[in-house]
Design a protein around this ligand. Structure first.
Ligand SMILES: NC(=O)c1ccc[n+]([C@@H]2O[C@H](COP(=O)([O-])OP(=O)(O)OC[C@H]3O[C@@H](n4cnc5c(N)ncnc54)[C@H](O)[C@@H]3O)[C@@H](O)[C@H]2O)c1
Ligand SMILES: N[C@@H](CCO)C(=O)O
Ligand code: NA
Length: 438
């Protein structure tokens, strides 16, 4: 390693796509400022790519490109490896190998961290090196460092966020133009927000990975993507969005991480990603287009909101470079940042037991006893109703019921029962409700 040599800090970048190319560009453009901030020049010593002749958004200096990422991380003079390839393999092996070889690592790879974070954290601890990943959640927005450092003396009880720009863009378009999901997705693809295969974004996988990372840091426990209940937005209809509008609400894809009282007096973690209605007066309702925002509630601080660009090459590279400067300073000081704090080891609450609220819109026959029958379906599952609104439309009527908090399983059983009732013509919209005082 570069231990004794403090004259330069050597950096290898793995991957030169949307994020990697911006990291390489900013490293060159900010060379002098970075040197001043770190204390020594930060020198790019290699950029691993898949194809040498691929078109790139940045000109990489001669001799730095290589297709052999494994050889680059095996070099004994590299201080920091920046992993911006994405995906599970070879990213995981490359990060592990970099740590074993004594380099510190900066990554933006939420999929890998959410699937196998503990393996990486243990490797970093064993190697006594830093592993930083601010870019992995909500892009440029500083949210992981505030949770890990600024709020380390407080007790965070809830993290509620819009952490996927693509789905926020789609839902925002559905709200402002009345478009259906497919039409809004097409527009997002044309504008370059959504990928050709939009599954990771629209089905909530990307947000669930970020929820796992947020819950782990907020609650000092290990939460993986498999622990996060996940529903995407592909089933959200124009009718759902219109129904939300009638309620003075808007539909957002939310990542919700909560500390909840568990059965044996120990707090448990509940982590979920699903579309939900939030009142237009809630701060998250004013997050438009592809922006992200994370709302944090903690005992002493109260409510905090973090807002900004959650994606894009340059914004994400900003977070990567911030980590790079921190990691570089630690290295020069011969120290490392605080490792992962998972001492709390909390159980994860199953979604069926997690308390939520539902908004249910139902087309029913407009005759005596119908309202009572619908109310009874809620009572059968011990679900208390908060509000009911009815609009007569000739022979039929629309009922809109909003429940109080109840276990999610009881609410979904209520909806299943409603769907089987003769007087119910159609359940036209079912959506969870968040961000409202009970
Ligand atoms: N783009 C964003 O807005 C954004 C935001 C936050 C986090 N991230 C994360 O950043 C990472 C990179 O994302 P991106 O948008 O730059 O992706 P990208 O697809 O644009 O870039 C990845 C690059 O890695 C290259 N690559 C693949 N395998 C390789 C290998 N074995 N060796 C060398 N290069 C290889 C690909 O050719 C590609 O150019 C991902 O983990 C992603 O989740 C991206
Ligand atoms: N696809 C992600 C990019 C950042 O993780 C988004 O839409 O937010
Ligand atoms: Na971030």
């Amino acid at each position: 390693m570069n231990e004794g040599d403090k004259r330069t800090l050597k950096v290898a970048v793995l991957g030169c796509g949307a994020v990697g190319s911006q990291v390489v560009r900013l490293l060159a453009e900010q060379h002098d400022d970075m040197a001043a901030r770190v204390g020594v020049p930060v020198e790019l010593v290699g950029v691993a790519v898949r194809r040498l002749d691929a078109p790139r958004d940045v000109e990489v200096p001669d001799g730095l490109l290589t297709t052999d990422a494994a050889a680059l991380v095996a070099r004994d003079d590299v201080d920091v490896v920046v992993e911006v390839i994405g995906g599970i393999e070879p990213a995981r092996s490359l990060i592990l190998s970099a740590l074993e070889n004594g380099a510190s690592v900066v990554t933006a790879n939420k999929a890998l961290l959410a699937e196998d974070g503990p393996t990486l954290f243990e490797a970093a601890a064993k190697a006594e090196r830093d592993l930083y990943y601010e870019a992995a959640v909500a892009g440029a927005i500083p949210i992981l460092r505030p949770l890990r450092e600024s709020l380390a003396g407080d007790r965070v009880t809830r993290v509620l966020g819009i952490v996927n720009g693509t789905t926020n863009f789609i839902l925002d378009r559905m709200d402002t133009s009345g478009a259906g999901f497919s039409e809004a997705l097409e527009e997002a693809q044309e504008l370059g927000y959504a990928e050709a295969d939009p599954t990771a974004d629209v089905e909530g996988f990307d947000a669930a990975a970020k929820a796992a990372i947020l819950a782990s840091l907020a609650f000092h426990s290990r939460v993986t993507a498999a622990d996060v209940h996940r529903e995407g937005i592909s089933e959200v209809t124009a009718a759902d969005v219109a129904s939300a509008r009638d309620m003075g609400s808007v539909v957002k894809l939310l990542a919700i991480c909560e500390l909840r009282p568990g059965p044996d007096g120990q707090d448990v973690v509940a982590a979920r990603v699903h579309p939900a209605m939030i009142p237009r007066s809630h701060p998250l309702a004013s997050v438009h287009e592809a922006y992200n925002a994370v709302f944090v509630e903690s005992e002493a601080a109260g409510r905090l909101m973090f807002y900004g660009p959650g994606a894009g090459g340059a914004p994400t590279a900003s977070a990567v470079l911030g980590d790079l400067v921190t990691v570089a300073r630690n290295r020069l000081a011969g120290t490392r940042g605080a490792g992962e704090s998972a001492y709390a080891d909390r159980a994860v609450q199953p979604m069926g037991e997690t308390r939520t609220r539902y908004h249910v819109a139902i087309d029913v026959d407009d005759r005596a006893g119908v309202l009572a029958a619908v109310a009874n379906a809620f009572a059968d599952h011990d679900v208390s109703i908060q509000t009911v609104r009815q609009e007569g439309r000739g022979a039929d009527a629309q009922l809109v019921v909003v429940s109080h908090e109840a276990p999610d399983a009881a609410l979904s059983a209520t909806v299943a029962q409603l769907r089987g009732m003769d007087i119910v013509r159609e359940v036209t919209s079912v959506m969870r409700v968040e961000g409202d005082s009970e």
